[in-house]
Write a protein of this length. Structure first.
Length: 118
């Protein structure tokens, strides 16, 4: 397993809240942070860092994503199937576009690196 230190995560820009990104906040502020390493917000393919503070929110994935946890802990629940998995540093997932996902961020800060395809 590749071990990454929090110090290797670059400075992330404020992206408002996850509600500004199309999610419904259920608990907490849902402050979102990020930076792109490929593409941008309107690109068909993009990659980058995404961070969020401790919160609980619901989203329907607007893209297909592969992600790897760099810092923190999150439980993702597929609301179509009820499947729930908790991810920690070094673990990753794949989510298909259109999947309704409930995010429960357990740590004060959660950061992932992702590759998204619209």
């Amino acid at each position: 397993m590749l071990a990454l230190k929090s110090s290797s995560i670059p400075q992330l820009d404020s992206w408002g809240t996850v509600a500004d990104l199309g999610s419904t906040i259920l608990e907490g502020v849902g402050a979102a942070f990020g930076s792109f390493t490929l593409g941008g917000p309107d690109a068909q393919i993009s990659a980058g860092y995404f961070g969020v503070n401790k919160s609980r929110f619901r989203m329907v994935y607007p893209f297909t994503e592969h992600a790897m946890v760099l810092e923190g802990e999150v439980t993702l629940t597929n609301e179509s199937t009820g499947e729930s998995v908790t991810y920690k540093q070094g673990e990753g997932w794949m989510v298909e576009k259109g999947t309704p996902v409930l995010w429960t961020v357990h740590t004060p800060r959660f950061v992932k690196h992702y590759l998204a395809v619209v």
